[in-house]
Design a protein around this ligand. Structure first.
Ligand code: SF4
Length: 238
């Protein structure tokens, strides 16, 4: 598993961004997260070792753009080169999450066609309003591997209208951090039910810092948020 952050910084655009971890991390260093900058590691996927082989070994999964949004406006020109690197490394799987699926076509390569097979584009939705805006766009796009990410999950969601559109899985989680909003376990169970009914993979990644379950509010320390979600035993690979 490799991480590739070709650029850094972003703008808050919806409710899910309120406690963005990029802003939280940068605030510790008094850094302005809204200034989008190209990173020194921009060309990481095509960097080579002294022996000529690629630094990132063939077959790896590359988690991409986790300190920005792949479709952020300032990166429109840089994204052309990023796509070229992704195409060159067709032996890797690139995985990224976006809140800007409505900008998908900006700087898309001409040979994209039905989509590169080595790219998983995840569309994130945090509430019903954003689901009903982003998912109709997402479902109609030429992307070979699609996943919906409901994280931070801020309310009960009905995704049934979108789950028959080639979606491979739904990833769910609560919000972390000192200002985390509550995630109700019933919302998680309801999304799981929807996925099972549509024969779609379901993954509960983390509880978040505030979990409401069986009439009680639990404050869960960061180090247990992933393990507690796993212990719930809700994951259903399709
Ligand atoms: S889109 Fe993502 S990276 Fe950008 S501000 Fe929102 S949460 Fe942060």
């Amino acid at each position: 598993m490799a991480r590739w952050n070709p650029w850094h910084g972003c703008h808050k655009i919806s409710a899910g961004c309120a406690n963005c971890y990029v802003y939280s991390m940068d605030s510790q260093f008094e850094k302005d997260s809204s200034a989008v900058v190209k990173n020194l590691s921009f060309d990481l996927p095509v960097r080579r070792k002294k022996d000529g082989s690629y630094r990132i070994a063939s077959g790896d999964i590359v988690y991409t753009c986790f300190s920005s949004d792949f479709f952020v406006e300032e990166a429109d020109e840089w994204r052309k080169d990023a796509w070229a690197m992704i195409k060159e490394r067709s032996d890797l799987v690139f995985y990224f999450i976006t809140k800007r699926i409505d900008r998908f076509y900006v700087s898309l390569p001409e040979d994209w066609g039905a989509g590169y097979d080595n790219v998983v584009v995840c569309c994130t939705v945090e509430n019903q309003d954003r689901a009903d805006y982003r998912l109709p766009i997402y479902c109609g796009l030429p992307i070979r591997h699609k996943r919906i990410v409901c994280e931070p999950l801020l309310e009960k969601l009905d995704l049934t209208a979108y789950l028959s559109s080639g979606i491979e899985g739904v990833d769910v989680g609560g919000e972390s951090g000192s200002k985390a909003r509550v995630c109700d376990f019933d919302w998680v169970l309801d999304l799981r039910r929807q996925c099972l009914e549509h024969n779609i993979g379901f993954y509960y990644h983390q509880t978040g810092a505030k979990l409401y379950k069986d009439g009680r509010l639990y404050h869960i320390p960061r180090k247990y948020q992933h393990t507690q979600a796993r212990k719930a035993g809700l994951d259903c690979p399709n």
